[in-house]
Write a new protein. Structure first.
Length: 107
């Protein structure tokens, strides 16, 4: 897995001299984001071992709290919080379904 903390080798957008350099940087960042989602998924699966019911897997209060925090983080970065919430809602729905399968297989 690619190192998720390797942001030091990035080129600043204002220092890019052509579209190819911009696209290379976007691709590199997207690869790191996807690697981070993969690492996040590992934690989701590990969390299933600590859960005692389907309700604890779904954890609706935690999901709402987490989504609200992501909205705040999005605003801090100048991003549209609705877009980020939707992205995370989709991600959480997918991970939750996978976690539920993982949890049920351990029961």
């Amino acid at each position: 897995m690619q190192n998720l903390d390797n942001w030091s080798n990035r080129q600043d957008p204002k220092d890019c001299s052509n579209l190819e350099e911009i696209r290379e940087e976007i691709d590199r960042i997207d690869r790191q984001i996807i690697a981070a989602f993969g690492k996040r998924f590992e934690y989701v699966k590990a969390a299933a071992t600590f859960k005692t019911s389907e309700t604890s897997v779904k954890a609706p209060e935690r999901v709402q709290s987490m989504l609200q925090q992501r909205r705040l983080w999005a605003e801090e970065q100048g991003l549209n919080p609705d877009v980020i919430e939707k992205l995370y809602q989709d991600l959480v729905n997918y991970f939750m379904a996978e976690e539920l399968k993982h949890w049920q297989s351990k029961s």
